[in-house]
Design a binder for this molecule. Structure first.
Ligand SMILES: Nc1ncnc2c1ncn2[C@@H]1O[C@H](COP(=O)(O)OP(=O)(O)OP(=O)(O)O)[C@@H](O)[C@H]1O
Length: 258
């Protein structure tokens, strides 16, 4: 394991166990979605995973987030093999990941005020420390303080996305992971969120891993890109050279339709 790896996947094969019910029998079958994935996110690096719908992007995130144990291979987060850890230890290590789920309209509990949502990850701090941390983060994500007393439903999609990003980084993790951060937003809002993510990367000096099917977003949010196709990494490297000079046939197709 090299110095400075925040996340590292070694030969990961993962998927789901599906239950097939026959007339007289029930059979469990392994459905492999990811094959032999080797992936490394270094300290402070911006990496984007590009792939079409069904390529396994969300499954890959579940594996990294400690939610889906691979059939084979190992997953390291800040140097710890997470699936070999006891649950309590694993939770502690996984706090180094800030996660922004896919849909800002569905991801926030509608009956909880924004202030409570943001304080939740800060339970270890005193009340006054929490308050000042919340204020700092609101400033960083460019939200006014009056949102603290509002419910998610009262906010626009872009504001909800800012709340989700704020919640993900408020406890100062080492890496921010975003699942399709712009796909539910209109075009002008997409640019603002992309700029915000880059600003957070600069100011907090954390690694950023973004999953997207949008090459435009990928170009703005990454130094390095990994192309996932049918559960396998088929190409990876510098995002601009992948776009200018794709080596794999599928990547060429992806770039030509962009
Ligand atoms: N809980 C599950 N049980 C069985 N199969 C699943 C499950 N979740 C996902 N899959 C299958 O795994 C494959 C990859 O799905 P995944 O959601 O990881 O893809 P994705 O690239 O994130 O797609 P999208 O962009 O549409 O979310 C799909 O064929 C999907 O049907």
């Amino acid at each position: 394991m090299g110095l400075g790896d925040i996340i590292r996947l070694e030969d990961v094969t993962a998927g789901y166990v599906v239950v097939k019910q026959g007339i007289k029998s029930i059979a469990r079958e392994k459905r492999v979605v990811l094959r032999n994935i080797n992936l490394r996110i270094k300290d402070g690096e911006r990496v984007v995973i590009i792939g079409e719908s069904g390529s396994g992007k969300t499954t890959l995130l579940r594996v990294i987030l400690g939610l889906l144990k691979p059939f084979n291979g190992r997953v390291f987060v800040i140097g710890k093999d997470i699936y070999s850890l006891k649950w309590r230890e694993r939770v502690k290590v996984l706090r180094q990941i800030g996660y922004v789920p896919q849909d800002p309209y569905k991801a926030l509990n509608p009956s909880v005020k924004v202030g409570t949502i943001l304080e939740e990850p800060l339970e270890a701090l005193s009340i006054s420390e929490r308050g000042s941390r919340v204020k700092d983060i609101l400033r960083l994500v460019n939200l006014p303080e009056n949102v603290l007393n509002m419910y998610p439903m009262e906010l626009s999609g872009g504001m909800r996305q800012r709340v989700l990003i704020a919640r993900a980084i408020i406890h100062d993790p080492e890496v921010l992971i975003l699942d399709e951060p712009t796909s539910a937003l209109d075009v002008s809002m997409q640019a603002q969120i992309v700029n915000l993510i880059n600003e957070i990367h600069r100011k907090l000096e954390l690694a950023v891993l973004t999953v997207t099917h949008d090459l435009g977003v990928a170009q703005y949010l990454a130094d390095r890109a990994v192309v996932l196709y049918r559960g396998e990494i088929i190409e990876e490297g510098d995002i601009d050279s992948i776009i200018k000079n794709p080596r794999n046939e599928y990547t060429r197709l992806l770039v030509s339709s962009y």
